[in-house]
Design a binder for this molecule. Structure first.
Ligand code: ASP
Ligand code: MG
Length: 411
């Protein structure tokens, strides 16, 4: 017997039938003797609809009122699930962020959880209620409603699990877990039994959209074991947990890709202190995140500088960089939106040599040109021409023996 926080995503509560299905799952967990707190998202598509409503009224709705509107989707689902549970003869109670008191900072639209008051929830649990909590929302110190950013109910669930000292946080979604790569691209992608927090963070930030990145950071910080699984089947999911010896045995755990970036190159940048700072400061001030940066060694006191930004920021970034390039007497600015970032991730890289050269050899064999490279301890990313993305993913998946048949040691 344990204490579990279960979070169900938008597709899992997307229809009345599915909400009833969730109620049956929650009831089953309860009848197995576990304590359970449920966290819900809004019905699939609902948050998008609410965002559109806010923008239909005004081009630039105030941040406070925007959050008042977009947080309402979760109020509907927690009420409906509580009704479904009561209909099954169970005692359930829904709680909004401000009722529980999930206290956040005041950054509307992307607030961070600062503290969760557990007194109310513990009291209700001790009275035997199944608690159904609204994900994605909180309240700031002034009592304003806040939201945590898209996908934020994952973070609500993990934060609650941490605050309540839960044994497990289960994240129910429409896939059965975390895969070695996108099954839509690679038919023999395999579901992982477990993955470390750090690997999951790399996968999440690289575009594998199973969990909100911030929820994984939270899980790591408070060592909350997170199980990602499907609400539609009884298949075993993927456990996101602390790194263990098994994880180091394999060189690479997964292959990811991201087609959402664009590349900007500034040519003939004068090579002297302060130039990079000058180039990037306007981007920072405009709220544009820079991902990969490569600077070449300099020739006759000039160097080339290439970096990537999110594709949505490309136009704005180009305009800013062109302006700065003039100011610092650099050469041309060239841009390319036809790129993709393909990456391999694995805790095993820490202890295996030759992972990078295996990746590069694999690309060379297929005639795929590498435009940029960046690495962390457990990740290697290459920027390539976008038209080779699928091929690159498949050949890497093969080269590192990630497929269903090849793997001798199941993980
Ligand atoms: N409903 C919110 C969204 O669509 C939060 C979530 O689903 O986690 O982003
Ligand atoms: Mg989600």
């Amino acid at each position: 017997m344990g204490f579990i926080v279960q979070k169900y995503g938008g597709t899992s509560v997307g229809t009345i039938e599915r909400i009833k299905n969730v109620a049956r799952r929650v009831a089953r967990t309860r009848s197995e003797g576990h304590g359970v707190v449920v966290v819900l998202s809004a019905m699939a598509g609902e948050t998008d609809r609410l965002i559109n409503l806010a923008h239909a009224v005004s081009e630039s709705p105030s941040a406070r009122e925007y959050d008042v509107v977009v947080s309402t989707g979760e109020q509907v689902t927690i009420g409906l699930l509580s009704i479904a549970l009561e209909d099954m003869g169970l005692r359930a109670k829904s709680l909004l962020g401000h009722q529980l008191r999930i206290v956040t900072d005041s950054r509307f639209g992307s607030a961070r959880i600062e503290r969760i008051d557990t007194a109310r929830i513990k009291d209700e649990l001790s009275k035997g209620f199944i608690l159904v909590v609204a994900g994605f929302q909180g309240v700031d110190k002034e009592g304003n409603i806040t939201t945590l950013g898209r996908g934020g109910s994952d973070t609500t669930a993990v934060a609650l699990a941490a605050a309540l000292g839960a044994d497990l946080c289960e994240i129910y979604t429409d896939v059965e877990g975390v895969y070695t790569t996108d099954p839509g691209i690679c038919a023999d992608a395999r579901k992982l039994k477990k993955i470390s927090y750090d690997e999951m963070l790399e996968m999440a930030s690289l575009g594998a959209k199973v969990l909100q990145t911030r929820s994984v950071e939270f899980a790591k910080k408070y060592a909350v074991p997170v199980m990602v699984k499907s609400s539609f089947t009884d298949a075993e999911g993927t456990l996101v947990c602390k790194e263990d010896a098994d994880m180091e045995k394999v060189m690479v755990s997964g292959v990811t890709y991201n087609k959402n970036e664009a590349k900007i190159s500034v040519l003939r940048v004068p090579d002297r202190p302060g130039v990079a700072a000058k180039l990037f400061r306007p981007l920072t001030e405009a709220g544009i995140n820079v991902d990969m940066i490569v600077q070449n060694i300099s020739h006759d006191a000039h160097t080339d500088l290439t970096f990537t930004v999110a594709r949505g920021d490309y136009k704005k970034a180009m305009a800013l960089v062109k302006g700065t390039a003039k100011d610092i007497a650099a050469g041309d600015v060239a841009g390319d939106t036809n790129i993709a970032k393909v990456s391999i991730v694995g805790a095993g890289m820490r202890s295996h040599a030759g992972v990078a050269s295996m990746m590069f050899d694999t690309f060379a064999r297929e005639g795929i040109n590498i435009q940029m490279i960046s690495t962390t301890e457990i990740k290697i990313s290459c920027v390539i021409d976008v038209k080779y993305t699928e091929l690159a993913v498949r050949v890497l998946h093969d080269a590192f023996a990630l497929g269903k048949e090849e793997v001798a040691e199941e993980r």
